[in-house]
Design a binder for this molecule. Structure first.
Ligand code: FRU
Length: 531
């Protein structure tokens, strides 16, 4: 006689185990986010447990930096676009607030901006307090239409009312989006920059009250045009050493410098109607200017209404790329923002260039740390070898004097036993690269693994590099922020060990200084809706 495979008690045990596994699954799906999940960034903004893309409506008001963002409140893939909301007082720690603007009646809330209407030109203000006014794109899900809408808040952005007279600007186009508003002081009126993605151009509109908008000019046909123009921004920016110029930021997808999504900018003059790009740098045939050469920097726009006494122009971008954003294997949330960056222009022999630096507020996350000065690569390496970073959160600064004409100096970031991300300065080629082919898993998308490259300008024989490493990203700022690369990485282990690897003439390079700071996590908190 055949023996039964499972006796009664065994079958019962198996059923019991199955039940427990199922129960664990259900509980895990419902488990509150811990913010310590694998690859959860510890000092970059992430949504709690849903999908995020573009930053939206960034505005400073009464001590709070607002960050709204493209959000699917129902899942961790793109869909049901609405505005998620968070605030920060120090640009490092974030408090999550309830959804600000929800999809309604077949109209999704696409990207846009928020301004403080200080003079109450819109009339939405209450009790002598200026309203916050949001300008966003209504995306119609049942017909091919996008147009511009208003909403306002009288309680520091906690609750929003959609304007009864929406839309406020309608060209009856299927692709017309991402309005960014600014108060143009010289002409005393509002200016909106908005994208016509398929025509690779932006329009400028002017308004006395944020409600009636008149076309005043447009800009296009320059820089990178081989993709959709999205999420534009326009602002005046100081030049190091004096003066200021206007910067027009235009995100483009695809067609970015590392493939897929990218962020380009133009420098020039704006008179309230027309933007005229500097001729030396922006003829039709000139190379585009890229704000970031990495694979994961998109939809970057700046904060509005930073007080004049502060005077900074701060910007951040979505740290992903449409080529694989929906597939990055993080749960329950998906996507992060870059760190906020402080902008300024630098006059170079080739024209004005954007400099980006992590905001100084992030220095407060430095936990101990130290430096070694005037040394060799070998000695600097010995010093680094004694400084592993167990949580993988680190900032590194490297200064080199008398950079050789050839050779490669690589900064190797080893993750645990097997992972490794390399940042390589190639002095002969004049390039800076991030190689994430061996950082960690990339099987979720064939587009993910790769080496991403930027031109590197050696200034007076010197090179400086600054690196910010979080659990799943690396941001590299070279030459005071003239060349920037941002890449997602997915190391299997949080253990981080940095070292320098020199080949050829780079072996004899003089290291002016190396500094390494382990960084403290900046946990976000779940807030409530009260101001
Ligand atoms: C850019 C973008 C915007 C649009 C939004 C929709 O990433 O395509 O143009 O408003 O995302 O989520």
């Amino acid at each position: 006689m055949m023996k039964p495979l499972l006796g009664f008690p065994n079958a019962l045990a198996l059923l019991g185990t199955l039940f427990l596994v199922l129960l664990a699954r259900v509980l895990a799906a419902d488990a509150p986010p811990t913010f310590h999940e694998k690859w959860r960034p510890q000092f970059h903004f992430t949504p709690v447990d849903t999908w995020m893309n573009d930053p939206n409506g960034m505005v400073f008001y009464e001590g709070e930096y607002h960050l709204f963002y493209q959000n699917n409140p129902f899942g961790n893939r793109w869909g049901h676009m609405s505005w998620g909301h968070a605030i920060s007082r120090d640009l490092a720690h974030w408090e999550h607030l309830p959804l600000a603007l929800a999809e309604e009646d077949g109209v999704m809330i696409f990207s846009g901006s928020v301004v403080v209407d200080w003079k109450n030109t819109s009339g939405f203000g209450k009790e002598g307090r200026p309203p916050l006014v949001a300008l966003y794109t209504g995306h119609y899900t049942k017909r091919p239409l996008q147009n511009q809408h208003l909403a306002y808040s009288n309680d520091k952005g906690r609750t929003w009312t959609k304007f009864a007279g929406n839309p406020v600007l309608d060209l009856k186009m299927a692709d017309f989006r991402d309005p960014k508003a600014l108060w143009h002081e010289p002409t005393s009126r509002w200016v909106m920059t908005v994208a016509l993605p398929k025509e690779a151009k932006v329009h400028f509109y002017a308004s006395p009250d944020l409600k009636r908008w008149d076309y005043v000019g447009e800009f296009g046909g320059a820089g990178a045009t081989n993709g959709l123009w999205e999420c534009p921004d326009l602002f005046p920016l100081p030049v190091e050493g004096g003066g200021s110029k206007w910067v027009l930021v235009v995100n483009i997808n695809p067609g970015g410098p590392a493939g897929g999504s990218g962020c380009q900018y133009f420098v020039g003059e704006f008179d309230g109607k027309r933007f005229v790009a500097d001729r030396t740098t922006h003829s039709r045939t000139s190379e585009p200017l890229w704000a970031d050469w990495g694979r994961d920097f998109y939809a970057a726009v700046s904060w509005s209404d930073i007080p004049r006494r502060d005077g900074r122009r701060l910007l951040l971008g979505w740290m992903s790329n449409w080529e694989y954003a929906n597939d990055v294997p993080t749960f329950p949330w998906r996507s992060a923002m870059t760190v906020p960056r402080d902008l300024v222009l630098r006059q170079t022999p080739a024209g004005h260039r954007l400099l980006q630096r992590p905001v100084r507020e992030l220095n407060r996350l430095r936990d101990g740390g130290g430096s070694v000065r005037r040394t060799t690569v070998a000695e600097a390496n010995g010093w680094l070898a004694r400084r592993p970073v167990p949580l993988g959160l680190a900032e590194l600064e490297l200064h080199l004097d008398q950079v050789p004409g050839s050779g490669v100096l690589a900064l190797e970031c080893r993750h645990g036993k097997s992972g490794n991300t390399r940042i390589e300065a190639d002095f002969k080629a004049g390039t800076l690269r991030i190689d994430r082919t061996r950082s960690g898993p990339s099987d979720f998308s064939t587009a993910f693994a790769g080496v991403h490259m930027a031109p590197l300008r050696i200034i007076n024989g010197k090179l400086d590099l600054r690196l910010l490493l979080d659990t799943s990203s690396v941001e590299v700022f070279a030459q005071g922020g003239e060349t920037v690369l941002t890449d997602l990485i997915l190391p299997e282990s949080p253990d981080l060990q940095l070292s320098l690897v020199a080949t050829g003439a780079a072996g004899n390079v003089r290291v002016d200084s190396v500094s390494l700071w382990p960084l403290r996590p900046a946990p976000s908190v779940l807030g409530n809706s009260k101001p």
